[in-house]
Every structure is written in C-alpha cells, then in structure tokens.
Design a protein around this ligand. Sequence first.
Ligand code: ITT
Length: 190
Amino acid sequence: MRRGVKVLTSNEGKFRELEALAKGYGIELEWVRTPKWEIQSEDLAEIAKFSAEIAFSMLKEPVIVEDTGLFIDSLNGFPGPYTSYARKTIGLEGVLKLMEGKNDRRARFVTYLAYADPFNTKVFVGEVRGVIADSIRGSKGFGFDPIFVPEGSDKTFAEMDVEEKNKYSHRAKAFRAFAEFFKSYTLESP
Ligand code: ITT
C-alpha cells in the first residue's frame, strides 16, 4: 500500500530529490509549494521541528519540512544557519572569494528533516562531507551545488543528475532515515 506525506517547501529542487527517493520506499509525496514558516534560530534542528509543527497545524495532514545548511570548516562553520542569506547576498562568487588562499577547503552539508502528524514530531539528520571547489562547475541542482564536491567524487553536485546526487547527499541520508521510520509507523495516538 502506498502512503502519502505532504512536503512543504518553496524549493522545487529539494522536492524533486525527495520525490526520487520516496519512490523506492512506496511513499507518495505531495508538494505544497509555499515557503515554510521559520523561527529565527541558529539551531537548524529546532527550526525544522518548529516549521513542521506549524505546517501540520495549518495543513492538518502528515507533513515534512527540512532545513539545510552549508558549514565550511575554515570559516568556523559559516554560513551554517545563514546559508540562505549567504546565497542571496554574497552568492557562490562571494563564498569562493572568502576561500581564496585557504588550503583547508573542507565543508559539510547538513539537513534536518522534520515530520509532524497529530501525535508526533520527529527530526532526522543527514550529513555529507566534502570540499569547496576552486571554481563554479555545473548547471544542475540548486543553491551551493556548483561549488560543493562530496567525498568520493570529483564532480560538484551541480555536475550530477538527481539520482547521482542522491547517492551522496545530506538530504538523501536524512530522507532514508525518515523512510525507515515511516515504513513501520502506524499513525495512532500513543
Ligand atoms: P524552503 O525553506 O522553502 O524549504 P530553501 O531553499 O529556503 O527552501 P533552506 O532554508 O533549507 O531551503 O536552504 C538554505 C539554503 O541552502 C538555500 O540557499 C538553499 O538553496 C541551500 N541549499 C539547501 N539544500 C541544498 C543542496 O542540497 N545543495 C545546495 N544548496 C542547498
């Protein structure tokens, strides 16, 4: 039996990646194309949890939302919780400029994926380590994909199609953890 969950995000790229993963688990995702309601916090897990609870209270149906950040080691974790703001302001070129002359280019993407229904809110995490590329490469994906090379590959995420990115990505790991939980979960009060 296929089971459905809504996904609330303004980001089509996120939804397409999640949709490709969900198929393998027999989970049907329905895209609600609105930005999630967010609280101001430096804790991405807290943001995701709060956003899922608000989303559930609005939609009254099981829903997932997720919050992702790019953490660069030599910048003490920047942009982290400010990833969206950094993307809109300094952008890819700005991050590459901050990395000029740095030998340590290690970075990680972290996704907190939160699921909420009438009885539970659960948060799942996924992380991928990699490096910041020397230049912008590729035109697929979104966000910081053109400057992130995951461990185990020479390509940036933007040089990969969805299936290949899903083999490595933070989002895929978080979603798989959710799907493992969800496949044996029955929606009923504790
Ligand atoms: P919603 O909040 O509506 O889901 P968003 O794109 O704003 O969409 P986030 O706040 O989670 O989502 O994303 C923070 C930033 O990180 C944003 O600029 C994204 O483009 C970027 N980002 C998220 N996931 C990414 C990924 O897999 N690859 C590259 N950049 C990513």
